[in-house]
Design a protein around this ligand. Structure first.
Ligand SMILES: *Cc1c(COP(=O)(O)O)cnc(C)c1O
Length: 430
């Protein structure tokens, strides 16, 4: 049973001040989960979670994680800027980008972020970007190719993915980097996404620990950290069993003691770059039913659409829906829950069993806290929603206001006719 972290009465109160649709985040859930992550890996002295900023790029939420000891994993210059803005610097920022422009490498180095190279050709590229030198601490991303399979059948296809270096390249890269002055080395890999199994990290860790031992022997590079990256999943569907982060931490420890410790590498730090696991369950899209339509199927139209949460439209992802105030009502209706885009894939749910929905009912779309708001866009001239934080004391803080037409048109102000647009917006009170 999935339970919403707010009640209908709370949402009625919130929406008086902040009209739907909006994102709502649960401070208590975020903080408690981060504490569990740190406890689960407390056996490793250098452990650090670098929150994947791309999942939920909001500085107030980032600050919550930073207070629990997290650093930030960035994929672009704006994410680096956000991380710097909340006071992170140096080795508290990881730059795990790919296909990276020169100026982004330069900025990452300027703020002291650890650069994680996606390709062997990027050694020279970074050297040039930094005026002929490499940082002392660097990391390389590994791609073993083939398929990555776990015992419950879950698998992914590293061999088909654009990321990382081959086994031979990473060895070569370490040698070149060492000759160019790099002193501290890291190994990174992201081999499977949204894994709802406690096996993924331990299995990946085993593979990377063996690689670390081999690379130290082959290249003489001093491996200081191993970055298990993201990919730890959450149960989007109510019948899935959630990951147990303590079992995951224990599984990684077993591999560590089996492989690294006996090889004299018992001081290697474990890093993670989780996004989804840190935020996913603790954010929801709250939207209101505004239309019902009976044609060949039954439709409920809501005031949010795919621009607010694109995962169902893009990946066919399941997001559980709770009709607030009807938590215990029988699931007597079958609906498609749709948004207003001129795109037939703009559906938050298809053939979903739900209680009978009345106009004005609030729908709580679960597990939207990561890769939700962040993947928004403006198609059909739709605007970005607000983001709100439900604090531990029950109060609500707006952590991003809703976009207005003035924001949406702001980048047009170089064109002729903006005066007219400006006039119209002023007339309409924007
Ligand atoms: C997306 C991403 C993450 C976070 O992935 P989750 O599935 O949200 O945990 C971490 N590291 C890198 C390099 C990524 O691209």
């Amino acid at each position: 049973m999935k339970k919403a972290f707010v009640t209908k009465a709370q949402v009625e109160e919130i929406s008086k001040k902040y009209p739907t649709p909006f994102y709502l985040y649960d401070e208590k859930g975020i903080v408690n989960n981060a504490r569990d992550v740190y406890k689960a890996f407390s056996w490793n002295k250098g452990f650090k979670e670098y929150f994947a900023v791309k999942a939920t790029p909001n500085p107030i939420l980032m600050k919550l994680l930073q207070n629990e000891g997290c650093g930030f994993d960035c994929s672009s210059i704006t994410e680096l800027m956000l991380s710097k803005s909340v006071g992170a610097c140096g080795s508290n920022i990881m730059f795990s980008s790919n296909d990276t422009p020169t100026e982004e490498f330069a900025y990452a180095d300027k703020i002291g972020a650890i650069i994680n190279l996606d390709d062997i050709t990027h050694i020279e590229f970074v050297e040039e970007a930094l005026g002929g030198r490499l940082p002392e601490t660097m990391s390389c991303r590994f791609n073993p190719g083939g398929v990555f399979q776990m015992s419950n059948g879950i698998m992914d296809n590293p061999g088909d993915s654009k990321y990382g270096m081959t086994r031979q390249q990473i060895s070569e890269a370490f040698k070149i980097m060492k000759s160019k002055g790099v002193k501290n080395f890291g190994i990174h890999a992201f081999l499977a996404s949204n894994t709802v199994t406690n096996e993924y990290y331990p299995q990946l860790a085993g593979q990377l620990f063996e690689l670390a031992v081999e690379l130290e022997k082959e290249t003489g590079a001093d491996v200081k950290f191993i970055n298990l990256s993201g990919g730890v999943g959450i149960p989007y569907k109510p019948d899935q069993e959630e990951n147990d982060i303590y079992a995951i931490g224990e599984g990684v420890r077993e591999q560590y003691e089996k492989i690294l410790t006996p090889n004299g590498m018992g001081d290697v730090a474990i890093f993670t770059e989780m996004g989804r696991f840190m935020m996913g369950p603790y954010g929801a899209l709250v939207t209101k039913a505004i239309h019902e339509k009976h044609i060949y199927k039954e439709y409920i139209g809501v005031d949010a659409c795919a621009v607010n949460l694109m995962r169902p439209a893009m990946y066919g992802s399941y997001h559980h829906i709770t009709v607030l105030g009807k938590e215990d009502a029988p699931l007597e209706c079958t609906y498609d829950v749709t948004g207003s885009l001129c795109e037939n894939n703009d559906k938050f749910a298809i053939d979903r069993q739900l209680p009978k929905i009345d106009m004005g009912d609030y729908l709580f779309i679960h597990d939207a806290g990561a890769h939700g708001f962040a993947m928004g866009y403006n198609y059909n001239g739709k605007l970005w929603s607000a983001e709100l934080l439900l604090k531990e004391d029950g109060s609500v803080q707006q952590i991003r206001r809703a976009e207005s037409p003035r924001d949406y048109f702001a980048t047009l102000d170089c064109v002729e006719g903006f005066d007219k647009l400006d006039e119209i917006m002023t007339e309409e009170g924007f």
